[in-house]
Design a protein around this ligand. Structure first.
Ligand code: 5AD
Ligand code: SF4
Length: 497
């Protein structure tokens, strides 16, 4: 995709060339534009971010909200806001369809509130066909940017507000020259830039995601992520430690280290280091009580990491280890670089070294050429490994990936039948696994008051299982000992000790 970098013309002061100073400049500038507009309207300007997809996107949205709040927008739940941003996902086709569906609804809001601005970002925007379609069929969208330049949001909003101002002035007859609404599109193909020290608005005060790396080099044959998130690049360990230390000083007790494949962390640093070494550094940070991470590619999971997990009392007893398929033949076609036997052996070794660990996974059903025998191999691994839970997906053909042009795409009805059988197997095992800690006392990090029963609070065990127990909002963010009274299949009911 061609790179169309936005340039700002400002006769009086030129913005600095380097980031993050350049964005500090645009935050100031956008802030005064937002202030001017809100004075004119006599009310604060509102914003709403709708996040689709994975934990990476959720973390990106916290950064995007941090910028929007810094420039003066007030966050609201409703999508009838002055600035609405969809942070999109494209890992499967239905994620795209959902966005198109909702965009129609946003168009209707915009007819009612013409001052509204609609922005789209995230993985879906890295696809050229998507941007073309939006330019053609959703012309009321104001701004499109991608995954590589979210740090530029203030600059992009500033451009849109300038354009909006000119449009208003020309409509009122002030400028003499007609100014037409123009969609601002700024999508980069890839970047090696990591911009640090931008504002962030965390969803939870007591836990947070932390990016340790961006992009993916694995090119699993079904997956679009390497094409939309670019090549792997790791943040410097000192930047990660600085960010987590700051979080800890603000009350964060649990961090989730995020990367498409955390096990290859550090390979491209000037001074290479392993993920296990990074974990040891994060463990030293005072105030951090729990460390999670995701996602781990089985091919890169080292013995060193297993040992660090076994020795640590801060690293949570949970590992998300995507299997994708149990058939070595299909794994080869998927370019996963491990066999069924290697996966089963690895899972066994982890369970032995870290007693009580919960293993969760991702499984794709209906990859091109998958036979009933291949599918039986997947069921066999599921039964042997006994995953605590599994995300199961129907294979979705993603344009541009090698699997999309493979022969033997499987008919939907056949996949659906396999999917239903897999789901049943996974749920039965899950229910059995979830009951193994019943009648024990475990530490729970309380996250929220239960939506349906306000006299209950909800939190998670170290192994990520959900627990509900009587309590009130004063417990939120605290680690409390809870007696697990009853297993309800995939969660526990408990009582505080
Ligand atoms: N079809 C179905 N599932 C997919 N995933 C990634 N790409 C596809 C696809 N084309 C699943 C994988 C991955 C998870 C995040 O999404 O299981 O681990
Ligand atoms: Fe996609 Fe494979 Fe990279 Fe995961 S490791 S993001 S499945 S290409």
């Amino acid at each position: 995709m061609e790179e169309s970098r936005t340039t700002i013309k400002d006769k009086d002061i030129m913005p600095p060339d380097m980031e993050p100073e350049r964005q500090q400049y645009f935050m100031e500038r956008a802030r005064s534009q937002v202030g001017e507009l809100s004075d004119r309207l006599g009310r604060p300007l509102t914003c709403c971010i709708n996040t689709f997809g994975c934990q990476m996107n959720a973390r990106d949205s916290e950064k995007l909200l941090g910028i929007l709040e810094t420039i003066g927008y007030k966050a609201v739940e409703s999508e009838e806001a002055d600035f609405v941003l969809y942070n999109t996902c494209t890992v499967r086709e239905n994620a795209n369809l959902r966005v198109y569906g909702r965009l129609g609804q946003l168009g209707a809001y915009k007819k009612k509130h013409p001052q509204m601005m609609i922005a789209l970002c995230g993985c879906m925007m890295q696809e050229k066909e998507v941007v073309d379609k939006i330019k053609k069929s959703y012309r009321y969208v104001d701004l499109i940017f991608g995954t590589h330049n979210i740090f530029k949001l203030a600059e992009l909003v500033s451009v849109c507000l300038d354009s909006r101002k000119k449009e208003d002035e020309s409509r009122r007859g002030g400028s003499g020259k007609a100014h037409k609404h123009q969609m601002v599109v700024d999508v980069w193909e890839d970047t090696d830039q990591i911009v640090e020290d931008l504002p962030v608005e965390r969803k939870y005060p007591f836990k947070s995601g932390v990016n340790i790396m961006f992009g993916c080099n694995n090119f699993c044959s079904y997956c679009i992520v390497p094409y939309v998130r670019g090549r792997e690049r790791s943040r410097k360990p000192e930047e990660i430690v600085k960010e987590i230390s700051k979080m800890a000083s603000e009350g964060v007790v649990e961090v989730m280290l995020l990367g498409q494949n955390v096990n290859s962390y550090g390979k491209n640093l000037d001074t290479p280091m392993t993920f296990a070494q990074l974990l040891r550094e994060v463990e030293q940070i005072e105030g951090i009580r729990r460390i999670r991470f995701m996602t781990s590619h089985p091919k890169d999971l080292s013995e060193e990491l297993i040992q660090v997990m076994a020795q640590s009392d801060k690293i949570c007893r949970h590992l998300h280890l995507p299997l994708q398929s149990g058939s070595s033949r299909i794994l080869k076609k998927m370019n996963r670089v491990y066999t069924k036997e290697q996966f089963v052996e690895l899972a066994g070794r982890i369970k032995k070294a870290v007693p009580g660990i919960s293993l969760t996974t991702d499984i794709i059903v209906g990859f091109p050429g998958e036979t009933e025998e291949d599918f039986q191999e997947t069921l066999d691994v599921v039964r042997r490994v006994e995953f605590d839970s599994a995300f199961t997906f129907i294979y979705s053909k993603r344009t541009g990936t090698p699997a999309a042009s493979m022969e033997d795409q499987i008919p939907h009805e056949e996949i659906k039948d396999r999917f239903d059988r897999l789901l049943k197997e996974v749920q039965d095992i899950s229910a059995r696994m979830c009951s193994r800690d019943v009648h024990t006392v475990q530490e729970v990090l309380v996250e929220e008051v239960n939506d349906h029963s306000p006299d209950l609070v909800t939190g998670r065990l170290s192994n990520n299982t959900v627990v509900h127990f009587p309590g009130d909002s004063s417990l939120i963010g605290q680690l409390v000992p809870v007696y697990l009274e009853e297993s309800k299949g995939f969660y526990y009911m408990g009582k505080r000790m």
